[in-house]
Design a protein around this ligand. Structure first.
Ligand SMILES: [Zn+2]
Length: 352
């Protein structure tokens, strides 16, 4: 269930409820692909007030020792989204081929073929036990021709309809729009998923090579086409600047590996912009941050661990960036509630 609580321009605060769990939107989800984030554990997620995470049901289903439901398995007590494997179609080492009935992947552990049909991926997501699941979509790499995207969209529509038919109602189910950066294809995709009465919509196939302007344009097209009162999830976007731009256009949910990856590479998110720990100027800097890491350790110490390539750095920096993302989204929601979102946006954009 989704209920809009406040609005500031097109930006809105909503409440997403499923399986007795609540999450306030807009929120950002860290990525725990195989029931674990890189260098962080569920108590780190809890410590930084992460409301929701996303895991990959397809990849998890290939893990022999995985036992669902995923939240219980990994000790995470918030809401869990699961992705469907469609995005893995971009990985040349995994994708074998696809037909109207589904997609053939190569199991990276056994080398054997794994066939994912819409029915199969709905069953997998149900047994993985997430709270919000995705219909199967057909994902194409950025740069393919419009004809290829049109054919991909046709297949995506077939898979989406079949997924919805196989859905058993135990979670919320989102339909994914595709169509690359082609306005008419996106519109067509939105019209199609809208007709299937999903609980929410995901905007897929963006954040993979197109310009920010192209991404924003497609977000505008989707928000205009899809029902206002349903949650909208822009997949794979986690840059604070892009989040602000997309929240201002009506997006409610985000996920990305970017904040964690940036942390590992020495880029720490702060309210004054991105701090590069490799730069000498950061030696005597402090971060205005109340996370568990910054309350305990100096920037000099983090830099020291970074230079030593110590894995402790990886964890501490990731926890800091995930804390920043959670508090960034909290402040963003507060600004919407106070109807001061555009002031908040300007203030942050000055630094990013
Ligand atoms: Zn911090």
């Amino acid at each position: 269930m989704f209920e809009i609580k406040a609005k500031s321009g097109k930006a809105r605060v909503g409440e997403l409820t499923v399986n007795g769990k609540k999450a306030e939107t807009p929120f950002f989800m860290p990525v725990a692909t195989k029931a674990v984030g890189k260098f962080v554990s569920s108590d780190d997620y809890h410590a930084v007030d992460t409301q929701t995470i996303i895991t990959n049901a397809f990849l998890l289903s290939l893990e022999e020792r995985f036992v669902g439901p995923v939240g219980k398995f990994m000790g995470f007590n918030g809401m869990v989204f699961t992705d469907n494997g469609g995005f893995q179609m971009l990985r040349e080492n995994l994708l074998l081929d696809s037909t109207d009935s589904g997609v053939n992947f190569k199991n990276p552990y056994t080398g054997k073929e794994v066939f994912i049909s819409p029915r199969r991926i709905m069953d997998i997501q149900e047994s993985v036990g997430g709270d919000v699941i995705m219909a199967l979509d057909c994902v194409l790499p950025f740069g393919k021709s419009k004809e290829e995207f049109a054919a991909g969209l046709e297949r995506s529509c077939l898979w989406t309809r079949k997924s919805k038919e196989c859905y058993r109602g135990k979670q919320l189910v989102f339909g994914i729009t595709q169509g690359g950066v082609f306005e008419d294809l996106r519109k067509q995709s939105c019209e199609f998923v809208k007709g299937l009465d999903f609980d929410g919509y995901s905007i897929g196939g963006l954040g993979i090579g197109e310009s920010s302007e192209q991404m924003f344009k497609m977000v505008d097209v989707c928000v205009l086409e899809l029902e206002e009162d349903k949650p909208k999830y822009l997949m794979g976007v986690g840059d604070p600047k892009q989040i602000l731009e997309c929240v201002s256009r009506g997006i409610d949910v985000f996920d990305s590996i970017l904040p964690a990856k940036h942390a590992r590479h020495g880029y720490l998110f702060t309210w004054d912009g991105v701090l590069n720990i490799k730069k000498a100027s950061s030696v005597n800097s402090t971060i205005d941050c109340d996370c568990v890491v910054c309350k305990t350790y100096s920037l000099e110490y983090l830099r020291y661990l970074f230079k030593k390539k110590d894995s402790v750095y990886m964890r501490l920096a990731t926890v800091h960036n995930l804390h920043f993302m959670a508090s960034f989204m909290t402040k963003l929601r507060e600004a919407i509630k106070a109807d001061k979102f555009s002031e908040f946006r300007e203030k942050v954009l000055e630094k990013y």
